[in-house]
Write a protein that binds this ligand. Structure first.
Ligand code: HEC
Ligand code: HEC
Ligand code: HEC
Ligand code: HEC
Ligand code: HEC
Ligand code: HEC
Ligand code: HEC
Ligand code: HEC
Length: 355
């Protein structure tokens, strides 16, 4: 307690926290007298049994091994304690400039401003607090495969509250690549949404707003090397940016098709999969969505969408592009030659006139 008292001051007050004035006496610190017993439980008024055993080994194996129960359950001042206690406030220690050595580089402010943080401030009991994503007594580093926020655990962690999204995601190429094949190249929820600074899709600054999506998918699909590793022949972000949709998107249009309008957000599948929104059989439906191209027919499925005219395998488009390239070059060359010849004859005439 004394070490904290020195560094406290502004930070904690600014974070709106009330720190215990005095450390509770040793008699209060004996939580294990009751909670250390495996069989410790209580029958609730509705007849259900609530287990109250807390395995101290779990705490000792966590990142918080050096902390005491009261450092988190700070509202306990006496024993017996009240039946209902306050929710643990992780931000007691986790804020920029904290004096206890909790990591500083974490975007805590991002959580406060996020859709989840706003709900929490508004008192919505469904809003995730830190412990809903990180756990209570068994908090681990994100790099630990047993952490609730280890890359491959994140879908299940977010899925507790977003079960429909999880269901769809699990069947997508991204979900199966990450969860079934264990390949961390594929995105978990936070690769597309962020970790703490998750914003509603309707807000421009959100990683998944209409105009941000190409960049978000582009973290991975934005280089040809990455795509070729998975037998995807083009850089789809580059070709999208050169397309009509891409240019309008870059200019800020929220209505024009972005990656997720055609591929969906969570049910992304390769075009060869009959379930895919971009399988030729489903193209008329995908392009014909309300507000897009009503009445889209099978012709929309002819040819490819992602075409890089600079690549020979683009077929006719490549040759047409090549033809126009040479046409432009030779026209320009002829023009420049013409100007030069003209200039020369003018200079010659002038020189003759001066003589
Ligand atoms: C004399 C036994 C006893 C001791 C000692 C004790 N507790 Fe409890 N604790 C209980 C009982 C009984 C409940 C269940 C209350 C209920 O559900 O009605 C409980 C519940 C809790 C809860 C859940 C509260 C909630 O709002 O649901 C927490 C957290 C807790 N104890 C932490 C502690 C900590 C930390 C200590 C040590 C400072 C401690 N307890 C010491 C008996 C004890
Ligand atoms: C790193 C912070 C932290 C520490 C240290 C900690 N707890 Fe908890 N504890 C939590 C959180 C978070 C919860 C979930 C409830 C909440 O959000 O407040 C919780 C829940 C509980 C509950 C209710 C269990 C239930 O299943 O409903 C009990 C009892 C409890 N803690 C006792 C203890 C005891 C005893 C110790 C010390 C051995 C301890 N805690 C140490 C953070 C902590
Ligand atoms: C009493 C202060 C305190 C409280 C309360 C606290 N933490 Fe921590 N936490 C720390 C400190 C200090 C570290 C750094 C670990 C170390 O080296 O001791 C840490 C580490 C972590 C880490 C690992 C970060 C890393 O990169 O090492 C996570 C995740 C974490 N805490 C989450 C939580 C969550 C979630 C809660 C609430 C349930 C919580 N903390 C409550 C002090 C606290
Ligand atoms: C919606 C879920 C969610 C909420 C709520 C949340 N976090 Fe996180 N947190 C994550 C994810 C996901 C990561 C990133 C894991 C990674 O680096 O891949 C993370 C990373 C962290 C880290 C760094 C861990 C490490 O080992 O690098 C700390 C510390 C942390 N969070 C603390 C907090 C605190 C404190 C709060 C509450 C203010 C909080 N988190 C709220 C999901 C959440
Ligand atoms: C490949 C990127 C990507 C991944 C992975 C991803 N999302 Fe999304 N998510 C999006 C996009 C894009 C949108 C916006 C769609 C729109 O505007 O219609 C979205 C929308 C959402 C929404 C709001 C709309 C809705 O459908 O309810 C929630 C909630 C959501 N995602 C949660 C999750 C969760 C949970 C996971 C992990 C299981 C996840 N997302 C994985 C890209 C992704
Ligand atoms: C404890 C429950 C809980 C957890 C865990 C949780 N969320 Fe949420 N989330 C909510 C609630 C409640 C809302 C607001 C209602 C809604 O829009 O569904 C929300 C909203 C969202 C939205 C905004 C939807 C929109 O309107 O665009 C996204 C995106 C989202 N969550 C993604 C995630 C991701 C990603 C994770 C994991 C890192 C996660 N959530 C973990 C409860 C949770
Ligand atoms: C974190 C990296 C990452 C992000 C972000 C990402 N993807 Fe992917 N995506 C992959 C990987 C890896 C594969 C290859 C999976 C495999 O073939 O096993 C893939 C496969 C695909 C495929 C199937 C390609 C094929 O023919 O097999 C499509 C379509 C796709 N992604 C679209 C998207 C869209 C749209 C977004 C944004 C909403 C997106 N991806 C975001 C990593 C990512
Ligand atoms: C107008 C609809 C549309 C938009 C917008 C769109 N795609 Fe596609 N995408 C398709 C179609 C259709 C295919 C099937 C193959 C083709 O036609 O090129 C496809 C194929 C793909 C493939 C697999 C390529 C292969 O041949 O295996 C990836 C990866 C991909 N798109 C990613 C993206 C990304 C990332 C974006 C945004 C930057 C995006 N797409 C925007 C319609 C679209």
């Amino acid at each position: 307690m004394r070490i904290w008292a020195q560094g406290l001051g502004v930070g904690l007050l600014a974070a709106g926290m009330v720190w215990a004035q005095e450390a509770p006496g040793p008699e209060v610190r004996q939580c294990s007298i009751c909670h250390g017993k495996r069989e410790f439980k209580k029958v609730q008024p509705d007849g259900s049994v609530r287990p109250l055993f807390v395995d101290e080994r779990e705490l000792k194996a966590s990142v918080h091994a050096r902390w005491h129960c009261l450092d988190c359950h700070a509202d306990i001042k006496t024993i017996p304690h009240p039946e209902r206690l306050e929710k643990v406030n992780c931000q007691r220690c986790h804020f920029p400039g904290n004096p206890v050595g909790a990591p500083e580089e974490v975007n805590y402010e991002g959580y406060v401003e996020s859709v989840h943080g706003r709900l929490q401030r508004a008192g919505n009991p469904k809003a995730p607090r830190c412990q809903d994503c990180h756990g209570a007594h068994g908090v681990r580093k994100a790099s630990d495969p047993n952490s609730l926020v280890y890359k491959r655990q994140i879908p299940a962690t977010c899925g507790k509250c977003h079960p429909q999204v999880l269901e769809v995601y699990q069947r997508s190429v991204h979900g199966t690549t990450l969860l079934v094949r264990g390949n961390n190249d594929a995105p978990s929820c936070s690769d597309c949404h962020g970790e703490h600074q998750i914003l509603p899709r309707k807000e421009q600054a959100s990683e998944v707003s209409a105009t941000q999506i190409p960049e978000t998918c582009g973290h991975c699909h934005g280089s040809l090397e990455f795509n070729q590793k998975y037998d995807i022949p083009v850089n789809p972000v580059k070709t999208f940016k050169h397309s009509f949709h891409g240019i309008a998107n870059e200019l800020g249009s929220m209505r024009v098709a972005n990656c997720a309008s055609c591929h969906t957000a969570h049910a992304v599948l390769p075009p060869s999969d009959p379930e895919s929104s971009v399988h030729p059989a489903n193209i008329p439906k995908t392009c014909g969505k309300e507000g897009c191209h009503p009445g889209a027919n099978v012709n929309y499925a002819r040819g490819r969408f992602h075409i890089d005219p600079s690549r020979r395998d683009a077929g006719v488009v490549y040759w047409v592009a090549l033809f126009f390239k040479y046409l432009t070059v030779s026209t320009l060359a002829a023009l420049i030659l013409h100007i030069l010849l003209d200039l020369r004859s003018k200079l010659q005439k002038r020189a003759q006139g001066h003589e």
